[in-house]
Ligand binder design. Structure first.
Ligand code: SF4
Length: 296
């Protein structure tokens, strides 16, 4: 018989799992990420995000009214001390299809990038090319990546402050080679929930610093900024919600809005030029009234 403490913990864990499934289901639905007969290559790094993504996709698949298949793929980049048995053992324990691609990108990166310079740019490009080829070979039409809400917000800020662009990380996009659709089913999920879920599920996490690369300082800065905002109710949520409520007529990109031949028909927000800017009440940042039958 469970004591009160255990029962409470069980209840909280259950709530967390339901929340993650609901948010992933909403993202999948809103962006039409998964369709009947899709074969999804789920990219597994061995970090908390990829484990959670696989776990949640398998749960959603079990109850989805459409048929799609999942294959977990890990790219073993031959980093020193990479524990190559962990992921295959995990996949076997789940009884799912998987593929381990062994490619020594670590040596290539070390050889080409001068000592002390960041290696992530080249490493990511090599990894991307390999994953597209593997997706082709496996017959997968979709590639799922484990980026979450906070990755997206950090990317928006990085592009804003260091790139001078309003640009984020899309939940769904066409791959560079035009052959695959990349999906990010955790786009609505907060990182802290994934950290908690990894503890609850006791995923066998593989450390992410095996390559010896320095952490990205600018991204770290953006993370801290967002964390500091989370003390203010609704601020981060509204920031995230704003990514889905863009008003081109009230920005300054002439490629998105035809300022030259302005007409009343284009004035979608009406004439509020001299009003105070309306300020929406804090909200969850998510579309609450959509039909989510498919993935609930
Ligand atoms: S942290 Fe290491 S493995 Fe990851 S992208 Fe950078 S160089 Fe590659």
């Amino acid at each position: 018989m469970k004591n009160k403490q255990e029962a409470k913990q069980h209840y909280e864990n259950n709530k967390l799992e339901k929340r993650l499934c609901r948010l992933a289901g909403e993202a999948i639905h809103n962006f039409n990420m998964i369709e009947d007969s899709d074969k999804i290559m789920v990219c597994m790094s061995g970090g908390k995000d990829s484990y959670a993504m696989l776990d949640i996709l398998l749960k959603l698949k079990a109850r989805a009214p459409i048929n799609f298949s999942i294959i977990a793929v890990n790219l073993d980049q031959k980093q020193p001390d990479f524990p190559e048995h962990i992921l295959p053992n995990y996949f076997k324990s789940l009884g799912i299809d998987y593929h381990i691609e062994e490619q020594d990108t670590y040596s290539i990166v070390k050889r080409i990038v001068p000592e002390g310079k960041t290696t992530c740019g080249l490493c990511s490009r090599l990894r991307r090319g390999i994953l597209y080829r593997v997706a082709d070979e496996l017959g997968a039409n979709k590639i799922a990546l484990g980026h979450h809400r906070d990755d997206i917000l950090e990317t928006v800020l990085l592009n804003l402050f260091y790139g001078g662009r309003l640009k984020g990380m899309p939940p769904k996009l066409l791959s560079d080679d035009g052959k695959h659709i990349i999906i990010r089913p955790l786009a609505y999920v907060q990182e802290k929930d994934l950290e908690e879920y990894a503890k609850v599920k006791q995923f066998p996490i593989i450390p992410c610093n095996l390559c010896g690369s320095q952490p990205n300082l600018q991204r770290g800065e953006m993370k801290k900024l967002i964390q500091s905002w989370s003390k203010h109710t609704g601020r981060v949520e509204n920031f995230f919600a704003a990514l889905s409520k863009v008003v081109p007529s009230h920005l300054m990109d002439a490629n998105l809005f035809d300022f030259k031949t302005l007409s009343n028909m284009q004035n979608v927000e009406g004439d509020i030029a001299f009003d105070d800017e309306p300020c929406a009440a804090p909200n969850s940042g998510l579309n609450n009234n959509i039909n989510l039958v498919k993935f609930r």
